[in-house]
Design a binder for this molecule. Sequence first.
Ligand SMILES: C[S@@+](CC[C@H](N)C(=O)[O-])C[C@H]1O[C@@H](n2cnc3c(N)ncnc32)[C@H](O)[C@@H]1O
Length: 295
Amino acid sequence: MAHIPVLTKEVLEYLDPKSDENFIDGTVGQAGHTLLLLEKNGQKGKVLGIDLDAGQIENAKAKTARYKERVILVHDSYANLKEIVKKNDIRPVSGILLDLGFSSWQLENSTKGFSFQKDEMLDMRYDLQNTLTAEKIVNEYPEDSIKNILKEYGEEKFAKQIAAKIVKQRAVKRIQSTFQLKEIIESAVPAKFQRGRIHCATRSFQALRIAVNDELQSLAKALPDALSVLSSQGRLVVISFHSLEDRIVKNFFKEKAQEGIVTILTKKPVVASDGEVSQNPRARSAKLRAIIKTN
Ligand SMILES: C[S@@+](CC[C@H](N)C(=O)[O-])C[C@H]1O[C@@H](n2cnc3c(N)ncnc32)[C@H](O)[C@@H]1O
């Protein structure tokens, strides 16, 4: 399934791209948002697209082929934004977008075990150079660390029971596949919570993905870097899908507004319309926040 970019109208409204301006898409993915920017910032404006997943860089390359003179694609983490900007000719930067998390393509085609709907190896790395996998966490981390990951990153209320069951089962057989883990989680959660609005393994899978890819720390590092590379009057737009991410973004924006460095453009997070959610269920939890650099 193709990835449908979220909040496209709103991204354009807040980034406000104009002819010849340069932008950074820190999570280029399948280039949905990048293409929208490229349609607006011709004839000389560039877009620097970054993604931690080499497969997504290949996807983005194919999607943006017709604009190749104006696109720079870099396989790296947005946590290294400052270094990436130093190495590439993209200044002055008029706007930066971070559309966090993962895409439908990764869920459905990457075979990295992001989804428990398919039986795959428990990997969950965006970047294959990363030595930490979900398999390693569930088989080698102490019970307490697993519990903390599930609790903190998944807000999983049965974290203790799930961690205990994982540790019990891994002593019998190494946990290597998504289906094995899904069954362990199902058996650890009380029967009446097994079939709620979301499947009882959803939060644990999310938590493992966040831990494997160090997602919250990368975001916390990227935000000040993004601000430092933006030119005056440049805009930063962040779309998050998780309350912990949104809190990091909200607090950072607030702090910088108090310091008089930025103006917040979104008093409340902007969310998708009912129409968009009905077309693209992934948009349901999307929250967009935007600032403009004033100083
Ligand atoms: C929601 S998707 C972006 C979709 C994109 N906006 C589009 O329209 O196709 C998020 C992307 O961020 C990438 N990603 C996750 N963590 C990253 C990081 N630390 N640095 C760079 N890219 C990252 C994922 O690999 C994924 O491709």
